[in-house]
Design a protein around this ligand. Sequence first.
Ligand code: BES
Ligand code: ZN
Ligand code: ZN
Length: 474
Amino acid sequence: MMVTIGKKDSQPCLAEFYKEDCKKLQRAYPLAEKIFSGKYLQSKILLIDENKTVVVVGMGKEEDRSSLSPKELLAKACKELKSNGIRKAVFNIENIVDIWGIDCISACTEGIHLGFYDGISYKQEKEKKEYQAVLCGISEEQTDEAQKQIEEGELLAKAVIFVRELVNMPGNMLRPLDFAKEVSSFAEHENIEISMLTFEQLLKMGMGALAGIGGSSEFPPCMCVLRYMGNPDSDEVTGLIGKGVTSDTGGYCLKGRASLIGMNGDMAGGAVTAAVIKTLAEQKVKVNVVCVIPMCENRISPGSMLPGDVISSYSGRTIEILNTDAEGRLILADAVSYAVKDEKVTRILDIATLTGAMVNALGFHVTGALSDSDEMWTGFEEASYKTGEHFCRLPYYKENEKMIESSIADVKNMGETVCGSITAGLFIRKFAEEIPWIHLDIAGTASVDKPLYEFQSKGATGAAVDTIYRWLAD
Ligand code: BES
Ligand code: ZN
Ligand code: ZN
């Protein structure tokens, strides 16, 4: 399904967007004024005659809007259409482009796909409903740029939906090797080189952390590596390292019944990295990126780790295990070391559903971050202002680093009861070996029980895909 550019009357259904104080609305639909004030996300269906339906969506006042709004407004329109059984419409985005400029058409396109997105279901009866969207209200001289924007929006929507479907997939349907297969087929592209390290290779290479956690399951671990060298003239290589735990039981530090639910989505970070690299390659962005995704389950088995164990990692550092449920940082440690040692990355972004503490601190709409490079962080933060996704950089100090010092090993995999999100990030940082680093903890933002925005649905969100892409693309 594709979004196209067309004319206002090419479909019997038209979706339009109006500000709270909009004179244009009064001129176009004088009667609508009584039932529609233009409040942000207010929506009304107007039956003009038996051949024409109009959906109006409110753009609100200036203070209600952000750079996230184009995506949300279009998604809202689609949800309103869907709930009225309409799946074909023309979207007049003239008033939206007036406010956000031509560059918002990518986000509009994404919003349409996400608004119409139904999710997957494992019910016996399923229907895949088609939809059709046409954009109008774009001036003649802007159609070429609009077309480019639409292409980008299509790809970003696909990327987000890829993440959502894998994160929502039940754990028994997505074992580590299934995940590797899904990632490899999604990221298949002439300019992406894909390779995989098997469990045997991980053991031989001395990846004691990844093999140690992954060895806890009869479904073996692996590590996927995706390379896209879009700028051969540059020595800069960005490593995107994503947590790929397809089922996190906690291991011997077993989670309670309630906390086990949703732990099939503990691979969201890994899925995000694959989604981003594929979009970059499709858009021929001039950057060099390597994704490293450690994939495994975290379970109980006779040989699995116990608190008190000391393991050795790919970096050579020994790690004292205090809690087997702090597995994400362990597998990321080996993946980050691999990116540094074998892929020679020059900067690192790791992304993971890492700590429950982050959910408590920032909730479901802000991704917590750590970084040791102001320069790298500034660039990333700028990208987040463009996408409207929220990120908050947490501080850290020597005092926090002390919290993960071990008396018997080089480092321990958990700090004290406080600062859980910070110590988790700092643990990973050790393995980045002073290379500029950003850490994103999406434990709260990767899925939602109740959608917070119109472009979300219950379950996985695909959070951070847009921003990481934008950061690397601009
Ligand atoms: N995957 C979890 C973190 C998580 C919690 C993600 C809630 C999404 C929602 C992670 O592996 C974990 O269990 N972390 C522990 C760390 C602790 C034992 C130091 C946690 O947060 O409790
Ligand atoms: Zn865990
Ligand atoms: Zn986990």
